[in-house]
Design a protein around this ligand. Structure first.
Ligand code: AMP
Ligand code: MG
Length: 302
């Protein structure tokens, strides 16, 4: 038997396990119910950037591997008001993204959604979750953090809020890395313009063209932590948004059946577990944050 002697990787896996435990515990305390992830479906997140489709022949029909559980989360909220899932996502990202060191072709999102919630409420849950996870890791994984040489601090709540427009004015369209490198604590990026996001992020009724959504940005150059927002949930608005994006509604007919019956208003987010592990452990590359990592474009991974 070959025994793994990689102490660094072992420490990372311990910390990741603790991150997931602490996150689940925090969310349960907040009244969330964990649901199981969806792997295959006739519909998935269209995303705002190109990824190669993971399509599977499902009894003669094209089903896709989940890119995010957003649409299923909205439908699940008809049954339970506060949900989360550790959701495996397959996004065969363009190879050009590999050098950014924060993309995998297969990763896991901690995806959560709350019926009738506002963006502010969801941001408060995000802050509470982040702080609870960092605290738990500091208490239970002190040895592992020492092995990794990582010094972590608990950030103060509430996190700063930066409007998208300010970030792009200061750093340009590719603000991500520079903004993240300039931060000493996590910060929210809010109010993305309609054109840069998917059809399901809710447009602010008082500010046409501006969305009630947000990203959380890690400090120290680790980049985007999560994306989320309030959601569009009514049929006319969703149809209008699909049209704006040039997406034929037939592509989402399985989802639109539920929209016609009625979806609750909601807000939520998805936070990438490998990126969170990378940040907490202070890892150079996201591929160090999990076993069997698949870097975009590399085809020799298990
Ligand atoms: P999105 O809604 O597309 O922003 O995805 C939600 C979160 O999932 C992001 O903020 C990241 O933390 C994580 N994520 C998205 N794509 C990837 C990827 N290719 N590899 C690793 N994590 C990702
Ligand atoms: Mg995002």
């Amino acid at each position: 038997m070959v025994v793994n002697s990689d102490k660094k990787l072992e420490s990372v896996l311990h910390i990741k396990s603790e991150i997931m435990r602490a996150a689940g515990e925090y969310l349960r305390e907040q009244g969330f119910v964990e649901i199981l992830p969806v792997i295959l479906s006739p519909v998935t997140d269209p995303l705002h950037h190109e990824t190669y489709a993971g399509t599977v022949d499902y009894y003669g029909r094209p089903y896709t591997l989940t890119k995010s559980m957003i649409l299923h989360k909205q439908i699940a909220l008809r049954t339970v008001p506060r949900i989360f899932a550790f959701s495996p996502n397959v996004r065969m990202e363009p190879e050009a993204r590999a050098p950014l060191r924060r993309y995998l072709a297969e990763f896991v999102q901690l995806d959560l959604e709350v019926r009738d919630a506002s963006r502010d409420e969801i941001m408060a849950i995000g802050e509470g979750l982040f702080v609870a996870v960092v605290r738990a890791v500091l208490v239970t994984c002190a040895d592992e953090l020492t092995t990794l040489g990582r010094v972590l601090t608990v950030p103060e709540i509430p996190f700063a809020r930066i409007p998208y427009q300010n970030a792009t004015e200061q750093y340009g369209e590719h603000y991500d890395d520079q903004l993240s490198s300039s931060l000493f604590a996590p910060a929210w990026l809010i109010d993305f313009p309609r054109a840069v996001r998917e059809f399901y992020d809710r447009e602010d009724p008082t500010r046409p063209g501006v969305l009630l959504d947000m990203d959380l940005i890690y400090p120290e150059g680790y980049g985007e932590a999560l994306s989320g927002g309030e959601r569009e949930h009514t049929l006319p608005r969703i149809l209008r948004r699909l049209k704006q994006d040039g997406i034929p509604p037939e592509r989402f007919s399985a989802y639109l059946r539920f929209v016609k019956e009625g979806l609750p208003a909601s807000a939520g987010f998805g936070i990438g577990i490998e990126r969170l592990t990378r940040y907490i452990c202070g890892l150079d590359h996201i591929m160090e944050a999990r076993l069997f990592a698949k870097v975009p474009g590399a085809v020799d991974a298990l």
